[in-house]
Design a protein around this ligand. Structure first.
Ligand code: FES
Length: 266
């Protein structure tokens, strides 16, 4: 495995409209992240979604763990358990304040890229309370029979967790794996059109034009502000940092792609 994959780092620039930018980074966990990961996991343990792990375990297993950081604060984490020909993603948690904003999608897409780079074709999760969430990201229930006996022996029959599986994601698909790992929908509200995002599209501007939605643009590089459009719902990722304020609640269509389902005032 290359050093790059041993210590992966992916950055994404996100926006929910307006001048405020969310800079999110996916990276390998460090020893100093143990307390933050432990605290993040606590509410999920309390509701039965996760098996309790001691604080020390987050430190001991730090090589297996990954985090998403915003403003130097850990807001999401997950781990990878490697078996001979199978990898499992475990302890997937996102801070409640950052749920439904595309952070979980970013975390999962990044984990799937890391696993593909490490030679795994599929990723498995065991879940009790989040089947629908994983199903949204393309995981489907699987027959546990081919799973390693050692892993199955670790299962608590009382928990009734089920295994789910999906393919990993090729690194060259890049972080538009954000959209590519599952279907995203874009609603052009004034036009009365709702369509599935095409992850082969460079930007929402091209996507809108492709669907005959009227737009305006000049620089097509996030500089002039001409393509600014109100975002009524959702989160976008910018592939370059905007050089102009799009205005309250608005985004620059020419440099953005969906990071969650969107409603646009177009
Ligand atoms: S066209 Fe200039 S910022 Fe989008």
């Amino acid at each position: 495995m290359s050093d790059e994959i041993k210590r992966p780092r992916f950055d994404v620039i996100m926006s929910q409209g307006g001048a405020e930018i969310i800079d999110a980074t996916f990276r390998s966990a460090r020893s100093g992240d143990a307390t933050a990961m432990y605290e993040l996991s606590k509410p999920f343990v309390a509701t039965g979604g996760l098996i309790a792990r001691d604080l020390e375990l987050f430190d001991t297993d730090v090589e297996e763990l990954y985090v998403v950081e915003i403003d130097r604060k850990v807001v999401a984490c997950a781990g990878i358990r490697r078996f001979t020909d199978l990898a499992e993603i475990f302890n997937v948690v996102v801070d409640a304040r950052w749920q439904s904003l595309g952070i979980g999608r970013f975390l999962l897409a990044s984990m799937l890229i890391v696993l593909e780079s490490a030679g795994f074709a599929d990723a498995v999760v065991f879940t009790k309370t989040t089947r629908d969430w994983f199903a949204r990201y393309g995981f489907v229930p699987m027959d546990p029979a081919p799973l390693p006996a050692g892993r199955l022996a670790m299962l608590d029959p009382e928990r009734k967790s089920i295994p789910m599986v999906r393919p990993t994601v090729r690194a060259e698909d890049g972080i538009d794996a954000l959209a590519g790992i599952t279907e995203l929908r874009v609603r052009f509200e004034r036009s009365g059109l709702e369509v599935v995002w095409d992850s082969g599209c460079d930007s929402l501007l091209f996507f809108a034009e492709k669907h005959d939605i009227e737009t305006a643009s000049l620089c097509q590089g996030g500089v002039c502000g001409t393509c600014s459009s109100p975002l009524k719902q959702g989160t976008v990722s910018y592939h370059v940092r905007p050089e102009v304020d799009p205005g309250d609640g608005s985004i620059l269509l020419c440099i953005s792609r969906p990071a969650a389902n969107l409603v646009l005032d177009l």
